[in-house]
Design a protein around this ligand. Structure first.
Ligand code: PEP
Length: 249
């Protein structure tokens, strides 16, 4: 059976006090233990959060990393640094990073490879823009993003990855993909992987949906056969809504 995962992407929100308050509220919630719960706060919160979650099942993610091990990359954070503060998952290629920070496929594929080499789990994001969907290009756009970011990996390496399908038009807009639209793309992603690596590997990879997931739509999305959880933005900034989403499984 594939892992069920719900990951909260806090983006550039909440200072340390606010973040600790939210995490403490979340720790008091009863959450479905069959679901791997991951939070991705801003980098500077990670060390202190490591202590706070030490007696819980919540896992830590970073929202990004640099692909090089160390060196003259002012302002960047390496994978080894993240590992040293207890991070196990790293979001790679979020559409905001692709759009605002011009992260290209080559840099993203290096990040994925180097994360795997250090025993970390990449959460590799893909998704089409509204105009790409309107032009009917969404299937080819997603296929290309998957190939460019992940197909340098061997079977063992790929099985450490998590994929997040996040249609750009649904992120932070309140407009969610319908369960049918999401399932169609998740199936397409799994088929793309199966064509390259075979069905067994394709069936192992958790594929998360992201884009305006809320407590009132999570259940329907999570009941789709190829949707294994969610990458949650806005609704992860509230302990009740985030735990309700986790408990929608
Ligand atoms: C995200 O940023 O990954 C995301 C899915 O955001 P939201 O849930 O707010 O649409």
């Amino acid at each position: 059976m594939r892992k069920k995962i719900v990951a909260g992407n806090w983006k550039m929100n909440l200072d340390l006090n606010q973040g600790e308050k939210l995490l403490k509220e979340l720790l008091e919630k009863k959450i479905n233990q069959e679901v791997t719960t991951v939070i991705a706060p801003p980098y500077i919160h990670l060390s202190s959060f490591r202590e706070l979650i030490s007696n819980s099942t919540i896992k830590l993610a970073a929202q990004n990393c640099h692909q090089q091990e160390n060196g003259a990359y002012t302002g960047e954070i390496s994978i080894g640094m993240l590992k040293s503060v207890g991070v196990e998952y790293v979001i790679v290629g979020h559409s905001e990073r692709r759009e605002y920070f011009l992260e290209d496929s080559l840099a993203l594929s290096f990040k994925v490879t180097n994360l795997i080499n250090q025993g970390m789990n990449p959460i590799y994001c893909c998704g089409e823009t509204l105009s790409q969907r309107k032009d009917g290009d969404h299937f080819s756009v997603i296929k290309k993003q998957i190939e460019q970011g992940l197909f340098q990996l061997n079977e063992m390496e790929l099985s450490q990855c998590i994929i997040a399908y996040e249609p750009v038009w649904a992120i932070g807009t309140g407009e969610t993909a319908t369960p049918e639209q999401a399932q169609e793309i998740h199936h397409h992603i799994r088929k793309t992987i199966a064509n390259q690596y075979g069905e067994i590997i394709a069936n192992l990879i958790p594929i998360l949906y992201g884009g305006s997931v809320k407590p009132n739509n999570a259940k329907e999305l999570f009941s789709c056969s190829d949707i294994d959880g969610g990458l949650i933005g806005g609704a992860a900034l509230n302990a009740s809504s985030f735990s309700d989403i986790i408990n929608s499984f």
